[in-house]
Write a protein that binds this ligand. Structure first.
Ligand code: ADP
Ligand code: MG
Length: 605
């Protein structure tokens, strides 16, 4: 690219000092990408001013009007011009950029907004008798005039990007911009549950329509946050969220993380904050992913709202103009804290599965609301008809024993109750004190075997069992080579392999706790995993992936009949085992229905 008018005498490009308006427009390019980014800056300013009520109004996706009203400490009349000038801030004195306790510190937002739209700043500072107002349009600042306002600050921004039509063209539909504004406000509302937020669409003029409302929550931080999250992410998230409260050295982690069974198809419910500031940080997102890796298949994403709090000198927030990225002094420490804290919380939640699962079940079980509804009792008895449920072999425990077990179960508070029956040779039906539980025996057992394998592995390696006759498995040359390159590792998992000529592997020992396994199928599964993981995965992930594949081969298959004592043993082991509420692929291992739910199904309540 060549400068427009080279110096006539030298022919060289002219270097010139840009004027203030151009500088501000350039800065605005970084800070104000779309209406939602303007809203982010303005709401952050309101929070920095210690507002307890913030109202955000917008029209036409924010393109024609944005207005943020707060009840914060306001700006003194004589400071209004300064607030609009570049690099002027009341939040830092510039001496220590690692000691930042406010959202803002760059002193760029208001002048940038004034450079790309028509901005009016009206404020009445605490203790002042009058309100004042200043306007800026296309970089032209007006004088300060008296105005009317009872408290706090109102910033109005009209016709955003009218001064930079090129930017205007990049904006998306009103609907998409409105959505982005909502996202920004909700994200900040998560960070400040004690502040009340209202979002209003005033596109049609007048008072408009409230599109989001979160009253100021009271009480302790966790309770307030829990209620706030229920409002923003829905009651279901709140019901399935585990409280996270952990620290390592001077770093704290707080928030809520959802059970693995409440996972999402995309990473849309992951909200991370560093010292109260919403961030999109690869390190933190990676840690969140890592913490759940063991419970979710790769296409499922955990849901969590997490706050990392640490001394300001351990994190640099001045690395991104929109302040959405940060840099940690010790990234490993932060990552470790997140992974450990979440894993610990998930382990403590044990067999608990998400309410989503039972709600979905109930939904599916609701009788069809058609006139074809026929109740069994209304039908004449058909001597040749046996209800379908008995078509499958069913294993009954001797009834006296079952009663004993039921009573025992109620008395020792066993959440998964006492096994009553096995249906279709895969589903265990258990009776609890206030409902029933349906267990997928294969999924549950697979998880238990996996957890046992992991325990053995952590203690002193998985015990191996020698095969009477080694099993010879034929593979491709490259697959055999890949497996054999992992011989030492696999031996620790109880799987002893030896080369057996071209493309062939001899299996000498298999993990003892798996019992008799189909060695070939297991090797092929492990190969899949090795191919999938490639060189990228860390050792821990690799071990877990391989153990998870192995577990699948040692599990009670569906189709196996179980005795009452075996079923009860399975239930008790599930209760005692961390993470047994979901199988290795993130599906639930059981669903629980309360009597009240069942009564609802039959229209009894
Ligand atoms: P920064 O937030 O980085 O300081 P801004 O350009 O966003 O820069 O704001 C400049 C200054 O204007 C702030 O430092 C603050 O003193 C004042 N200010 C802006 N918005 C508000 C508000 N809503 N309430 C009180 N003061 C405000
Ligand atoms: Mg600011």
């Amino acid at each position: 690219m060549i400068a427009h008018d080279p110096n006539i005498s030298t022919g060289l490009p002219v270097i010139r000092q840009l004027d203030e308006a151009a500088i501000n427009r350039i800065a605005a390019g970084e800070v104000v990408e779309r209406p939602a980014s303007a809203i982010k800056e303005l709401v952050e300013n309101a929070l920095d001013a210690r507002a307890t009520r913030i109202e955000v109004a917008y029209a036409d996706g924010g393109k024609t009007l944005l207005r943020v009203t707060d009840n914060g400490h306001g700006i003194a009349a004589e400071d209004l011009p300064l607030a609009l000038s570049r690099h002027a801030t009341s939040k830092i004195d510039g001496s220590d950029l690692l000691n930042i306790h406010s959202f803002g510190f760059r002193g760029e937002a208001l002048p940038s907004l004034g450079a790309v739209g028509k901005l009016t700043l009206t404020s009445r500072s605490a203790g002042s008798d009058n309100a004042s107002e200043i306007k800026v349009s296309g970089g032209q600042v007006s004088s300060v005039r008296p105005s009317a306002l009872s408290q706090g600050t109102v910033v109005t921004l009209r016709d955003l990007f009218s001064a930079t039509p090129a930017r205007l063209k990049f904006l998306r539909s009103d609907r998409a911009e409105t959505q982005a504004i909502g996202d920004v406000v909700k994200r900040l509302a998560m960070a400040e549950p004690h502040v009340g937020f209202t979002l209003r669409d005033v596109s049609g003029g007048g008072a408009g329509r409230v599109t989001f409302e979160a009253p100021a929550e009271t009480g302790d931080l966790f309770d307030a946050l829990h209620r706030r999250l229920a409002r923003i992410l829905g009651a279901e998230f709140a019901e399935n969220a585990l409280r996270i409260d952990a620290h390592r050295e001077a770093i704290h982690l707080k928030g809520y993380a959802a059970l693995p069974t409440y996972s999402r198809g995309a990473a849309v419910a992951q909200f991370l904050f560093v010292n109260g500031r919403p961030v999109r940080d690869k390190l933190l997102l990676g840690a969140l992913r890592g913490a759940y890796a063991d419970f979710l298949s790769r296409d499922r994403h955990p849901a969590a709202v997490l706050f990392v709090e640490l001394p300001t000198e351990l994190v640099d927030v001045n690395v991104h103009p929109a302040k959405s990225e940060v840099r940690f002094r010790d990234p490993g420490l932060v990552r470790g804290l997140i992974v450990t804290a979440l894993r610990h919380a998930l382990a403590k939640a044990g067999h608990r599965a998400s309410t989503t699962v039972s709600n979905a079940t109930l939904g599916a079980m609701q009788p069809e609301p058609s006139e074809a509804r026929v109740y069994q009792m209304d039908r004449p008895r058909d001597p040749y008809h046996t209800p379908q449920v008995f078509d499958a072999p069913i294993v009954h425990a001797p009834s006296a024993r079952v009663e004993e077990v039921v009573e025992e179960a109620a008395a020792v508070e066993t959440p998964l109750g006492a096994a009553r029956a096995q249906l279709h040779e895969n589903y265990i039906i258990a009776q609890t004190s206030d409902g029933i539980v349906i267990v997928d025996q294969h999924a549950a057992h697979e998880r238990l075997v996996y957890e046992r394998l992991k325990r053995q592995m952590a203690e002193n390696g998985v015990a191996a069992q020698a095969l009477l006759i080694p099993e010879i498995v034929s593979l491709s040359e490259s697959d055999a080579a890949l497996l054999l390159s992992h011989t030492d590792e696999l031996a620790k998992y109880g799987l002893t392999l030896e080369p057996f000529g071209s493309g062939t592997v001899a299996v000498r020992e298999t993990p003892a706790i798996l019992g008799t396994v189909n060695a070939e199928a297991m090797l092929r599964d492990i190969l899949d995993e090795l191919h999938d993981l490639g060189q990228s995965a860390n050792l821990q992930a690799k071990v877990e992936a391989i153990l998870s594949r192995m577990a699948c081969h040692g599990s009670i298959r569906s189709g196996r009949r179980m005795q009452a004592n075996e079923m009860n043993a399975l239930l008790r082991e599930m209760e005692a085992t961390p993470h047994s509420g979901q199988c290795n692929h993130g599906r639930p291992t059981y669903v629980s229905l309360k009597l009240s739910d069942i009564e609802r199904l039959f229209g009894r309540t």
